[in-house]
Design a protein around this ligand. Sequence first.
Ligand SMILES: NC(=O)c1ccc[n+]([C@@H]2O[C@H](COP(=O)([O-])OP(=O)(O)OC[C@H]3O[C@@H](n4cnc5c(N)ncnc54)[C@H](OP(=O)(O)O)[C@@H]3O)[C@@H](O)[C@H]2O)c1
Length: 288
Amino acid sequence: MRIFIAGGSGFIGNILLDYFSKEHETHGSFYANPAPGLTYFDMADRENVKKTITRLKPDVIIHPAFNSNVEYCEENPKETWHMNVEGSKNVIEAARDIGSKFVFFSSDYVFDGSNGPYSEEDAPNPINEYGKQKLAVENIINDYLSDHLIIRTTVVYGWEIAGKNFCIRLIKNLKENKSMKVPFDQIGSPTYALNMVQAVKDLVETDKRGIYHVVGSDLMDRYTFARNVAEVFELDECFLIPVSTSELRQKARRPLHAGMKNDKVQKEISTKLMGVKDGLEEMKRNRR
Ligand SMILES: NC(=O)c1ccc[n+]([C@@H]2O[C@H](COP(=O)([O-])OP(=O)(O)OC[C@H]3O[C@@H](n4cnc5c(N)ncnc54)[C@H](OP(=O)(O)O)[C@@H]3O)[C@@H](O)[C@H]2O)c1
């Protein structure tokens, strides 16, 4: 298959590139962070999107590209809607025009967090701008394309050059004996990045369609997850400060009782989605 990864310079995009390029002709893009071998691609620029996709003619477009800074989206709804929603729509239209399969990365932030963990059957009801934008793109995909995958994931952890995922920031802070406030009331499904990408690869290669919750197998609050990270990486958990989400005074509301069920995907693929302990141990073994 010929595969185009829009957002290959990002955390998940980078791993997607790595995994898919082992068996497929794979092309990736960057936007603000150039990397060797990647093509410049601005999803908000319709002409650039059309040209790039018409030139590459991919069988599959995988689209992790997004401004996923939840606070930035809340503070800049117009700018981020233009980039995330209108931009993704440009890519969706280009996928439709050339008949590519389209794979989108969404989140449990499409839910309100009143009664997670959620299954694919549960009704979305986003409570912040980022979640609204994710749901808007999901709806456009459903309107425009039949051959699509919507991958909802959450709290993804793993080694990352930019070092911005929660787990990496936590490891860095604890190593430097810096304290870190961690909410005890945000419940989610921590997901090991390499494991999640392998599951996505299975879904693409077996030509699955529709919505899949691709998440780790444990449901856990953020503070407990942080304690697990400290334990596996042998770091001092005394620098973790448990706080309520409201104490963090963030602009965007968080879905508190969120997380997702992975029963559907587990019935359909062979990759086993790991729980937190196994995922962190695997991450430790793969230390970069
Ligand atoms: N990480 C998580 O825990 C998590 C959880 C749930 C859902 N997701 C979703 O999974 C996807 C990937 O997440 P991530 O953590 O890998 O994010 P990331 O590291 O921030 O990567 C985002 C990617 O989007 C690209 N991008 C940004 N603006 C663009 C534009 N205008 N045109 C084209 N590309 C653009 C970035 O390119 P440059 O870096 O070159 O600018 C980067 O490659 C996102 O959609 C995110 O919302 C992630």
